[in-house]
Design a protein around this ligand. Structure first.
Ligand SMILES: NC(=O)c1ccc[n+]([C@@H]2O[C@H](COP(=O)([O-])OP(=O)(O)OC[C@H]3O[C@@H](n4cnc5c(N)ncnc54)[C@H](O)[C@@H]3O)[C@@H](O)[C@H]2O)c1
Length: 383
């Protein structure tokens, strides 16, 4: 029997648009019997970006610089939207009002107000499935960690440390781009860019911060403008948020440290989670992506155990279980979770995409972090 297809439009054909397209091009990789996602429309203001898509996806019937053309198409069911942050609010709202399902990109609105307006549109259109992209938890070793967390093997939480460290900005000669401009990337800086990635697992566990003390840093004050000049670089480079949260499983408080750093020497793209508890502890880092590390605390001596995980992904794939898993696989698994939701089978997937409500929690946290850094005080967040 032929599998049903679901038709996607992509808005924003840059770095992430291509990653999305590439995942769909090899959908046969996944051993799933839900919808097959197909690209039928593309949109980018910069027509030079179209070539790669038209050369690789014969099924594209709409190419446009005007995203509303995709929204008017009866053929398109869902949109993946990966555009600069200042455009999220208007484009996401228009997508939702056009009744197209949306896999959007973080930070899901340039600021809290924009996020609130997007969530209002979602509330008014409850039949539309809306999720936010975040792929790192889909590494099989991190999925192991999540299973371990859900089984409550940590006992009472002492501390959770989550973070995302980059180092390419250590090159002070790197020309400025929109991700380093406050007007386009947003006031949150590195938090808006990297923050939702770090919070996906904690939020899925119900670990919503109840207070935050923030230490933000602007390190690179200027950058080349790419045209021979030098311009000010005003975004926050690094942020360390020290939070309190309550674990719904035990009702007890714990410390949560959230680090988003663009200037972390030596870290190419290091996403990590460390969970320390009274009965057990566990860690995962994309720096060593096969390793699920855990220890059991029983008495004085505790030793770490490392399990070398292969590619046993949440949605099974054709890759042999002992082989290596990578970023593109995690990204495809994330889209797989979204497609399963669209197929009405979201409940069968062990780990869901970031929900709109979780993006709201992140905006509350980053807005409070800006206030904390400015005032030098700890800020209390609503429970
Ligand atoms: N999930 C991840 O790991 C990840 C990684 C990087 C970026 N992102 C997010 O993805 C989004 C896009 O980032 P990117 O790195 O792909 O950026 P990018 O600059 O590579 O691509 C953005 C594209 O949007 C296009 N664009 C701009 N205005 C437009 C408009 N009005 N209509 C249509 N297209 C328009 C640009 O021409 C460009 O091709 C951001 O929200 C970013 O935070 C996510």
């Amino acid at each position: 029997m032929q599998r049903e297809k679901i038709y996607f439009g992509i808005i924003g054909l840059g770095l992430m648009g291509k990653e999305f397209g590439s995942s769909l091009a090899r959908w046969c990789h996944l051993l799933d019997d839900g919808f097959i996602p197909v690209i039928s429309g593309i949109c980018d203001k910069n027509q030079e970006t179209w070539k790669w898509y038209t050369e690789n996806f014969p099924g594209i019937s709409i190419k446009t610089i005007d995203y509303t053309e995709l929204l008017r198409s009866k053929e398109i069911d869902a949109i993946y939207c990966a555009v600069p942050h200042n455009l999220h609010e208007q484009i996401y709202i228009d997508i939702i009002r056009a009744k197209k399902h949306l896999l959007g990109e973080k930070p899901f609105g340039i600021d809290k107000k924009a996020n609130e307006n997007i969530l209002k549109a979602i509330k008014e259109n409850p039949e539309v499935v809306v999720r936010c992209s975040s792929e790192f938890p889909y590494f099989p070793a991190c999925q192991q960690l999540i299973k371990w967390l859900k089984a409550g093997k940590y006992g009472r939480l002492i501390e959770v440390r989550v973070g995302f460290h980059h180092s390419s900005d250590m090159d002070l000669n790197k020309p400025i781009n929109w991700k380093r401009m406050v007007e386009i990337n947003g006031e949150y800086g590195c938090m808006g860019d990297l923050g939702i990635h770090t919070l996906h697992v904690p939020f899925n566990m119900g670990w919503k911060p109840t207070s935050v003390y923030a230490d933000l840093q602007k390190i690179a004050e200027n950058r080349p403008d790419g045209k021979g000049g030098i311009v000010p670089c005003k975004t926050w480079d690094n942020a360390v948020l020290t939070c309190r949260s309550t674990d719904p499983r035990t009702g007890k408080e714990f410390s949560m440290v959230v680090e988003t750093k663009r200037m972390a020497p030596g870290a190419t793209n290091n996403w990590f989670i460390e969970v320390y508890g009274t009965e057990g502890s566990a860690t995962f880092s994309s720096h060593n992506p096969k390793a699920f590390n855990f220890l059991v605390t029983s008495g004085k001596e505790q030793g770490w155990t490392t399990i070398d995980c292969g590619s046993q992904s949440a949605i099974p794939s054709v890759t042999g279980g002992i082989f290596e898993f990578g970023f593109s696989d995690a990204f495809q698994q994330m889209i797989g979770a979204f497609v399963q939701e669209l197929s009405g089978r979201g409940n069968t997937h062990p780990f869901k995409n970031v929900t709109p409500e979780e993006t709201m929690w992140s905006h509350e946290l980053f807005t409070a972090a800006l206030e904390s850094h400015k005032s030098g005080r700890k800020i209390i967040l609503e429970k």
